[in-house]
Design a protein around this ligand. Structure first.
Ligand SMILES: [Co+2]
Length: 438
């Protein structure tokens, strides 16, 4: 999921051109979306390969004829129907380690510091949970990528991803499950579209589809996304977001300023151009969408990672979990809310009890099943809720639940997204969602 910066709705405030981005101080209230690319940097996987456990090496040997398996490459032992829990493929918590990046400059000492290693050990369980969630993400996306084609209905796609996630992570209440609704936004829509009941959206051969989904284990959320297209004319757009996201991930580190990461991302994104219908245009970052840090059961935990330069001096800190997601566009580089809403999330903390009985009942369902995790209307449907729209609207109007409508650039434009989740461990940065696909 993604985050909208500053004035999500006050379009005018931000419509000033790319030079004055300092206006957009990110707003923690939005959701996420992030995504992907098809091929990330191979060096990542190579680095990570060394760190693998003996158990995994053994497995890899069996699975991989050509080459040794790289870290994060996903288990070849998964079934076509996504039915084998990753805990069976990686017994005794031997999940693949993400891409390991050593810190630089003033933080170089961390890699070998005994003190930092001791701190690192204290978070071992969180790392195991995150790696398990990341492995589920890789295996699900590897599977669905082959099945998503022009002609398929988005509801089918969402259910493939969500059911696959549920079985691979062994869904179990708040202990393990879906991290947030599957984002399946097409063309000028950049984020936060997922079908509601009755929506029939069929993927077309000239579409650009963003696939953004999340997996959580004990509240540790992996948020990662990629973009698919079936027409090579969009390749520069897909490449731009992949490169921009990898740049952001590379620049990230303890003490790094958020605004500086935005600047690095913007420079890379704007270096790409695309020719569509005989017209060449520069690819623009969508300047009011951001990455975000992630807290326990919270997809957005307060910090936003811009994808354009700004003057935000806030720094990344030790121990933080971040999703960096970048969005490129052939349109205006600015999104606005458009169309029917599907995504919602309860706001954390205390709130007044709703007066409307239907709202009260719905809130109980939300609290019991999602807590502060984002959900969509389809998730309410499958819990047997019906005729909840007024109650839901009342919860949104009274500030108990946030709504996250689809975010779209101008009609006729195309947008792409790439997203990774990483953690700033005391000793190293670990890019958890890295795979051999992106
Ligand atoms: Co996100």
């Amino acid at each position: 999921m993604t985050t909208v910066s500053g004035a999500a709705n006050a379009a005018g405030a931000i419509e000033k051109g790319l030079g004055e981005l300092s206006v957009s101080k990110e707003d923690p209230s939005a959701k996420d979306a992030a995504n992907d690319s098809d091929d990330g940097e191979n060096s990542a996987e190579e680095n990570a390969a060394d760190k693998d456990s003996a158990a995994k090496k053994k497995k890899n040997k069996k699975r991989n004829k050509k080459k040794k398996k790289k870290s994060g490459a996903g288990a070849a032992g998964q079934s076509e129907t996504l039915s084998i829990p990753v805990s069976q493929l990686f017994p005794n918590n031997s999940y693949p380690v993400g891409e390991i990046c050593e810190y630089v400059d003033d933080n170089k000492y961390r890699t070998t510091s005994e003190e930092m290693r001791a701190k690192d050990h204290l978070n071992e369980q969180q790392l195991i949970d995150l790696r398990r969630a990341a492995e589920v993400h890789r295996e699900v996306r590897q599977n669905v990528r082959q099945r998503i084609k022009p002609g398929i209905d988005l509801t089918t796609v969402a259910e493939m991803i969500e059911n696959g996630t549920r079985s691979l992570v062994e869904v179990n209440g708040f202990e393990a499950g879906i991290g947030f609704p599957t984002g399946l936004s097409i063309n000028h829509c950049a984020a936060h579209f997922t079908p509601n009941a009755g929506d029939h959206v069929v993927v077309q051969k000239d579409d650009v589809l963003k696939v953004d989904f999340g997996v959580q284990v004990n509240g540790n959320i992996i948020d990662s996304a990629f973009t698919m297209s079936w027409n090579e004319r969009y390749d520069p757009l897909l490449q731009a977001v992949k490169d921009a996201t990898n740049t952001g991930v590379r620049e990230a580190g303890i003490d790094v300023r958020l605004g500086d990461i935005g600047a690095a991302i913007q420079e890379v994104m704007e270096s790409y151009e695309i020719e569509l219908d005989g017209k060449t245009t520069h690819i623009k970052p969508i300047r009011n969408l951001c990455g975000h840090n992630i807290g326990p059961y919270l997809i957005h935990s307060g910090k936003s990672v811009p994808i354009v330069a700004n003057h935000d001096q806030t720094r990344m800190e030790e121990g933080e979990l971040f999703a960096i997601e970048t969005f490129g566009s052939t349109g205006s580089g600015f999104v606005q809310e458009e169309g029917a809403c599907s995504h919602y999330a309860k706001i954390g903390g205390e709130h007044m009890s709703p007066r409307l009985p239907s709202a009260k009942k719905l809130l109980q369902t939300i609290t019991k099943n999602f807590g502060t995790l984002p959900f969509c209307r389809r998730y309410l449907d499958r819990l047997g809720e019906s005729h909840y729209y007024l109650g839901l609207k009342s919860l949104v109007d009274s500030g108990i639940v946030n709504s996250y409508p689809p975010l779209c650039d101008v009609k006729g434009s195309y947008t792409a997204q790439s997203e990774h989740t990483f953690i700033l461990r005391p000793t190293v940065k670990e890019v958890l969602s890295r795979g051999d696909d992106y």
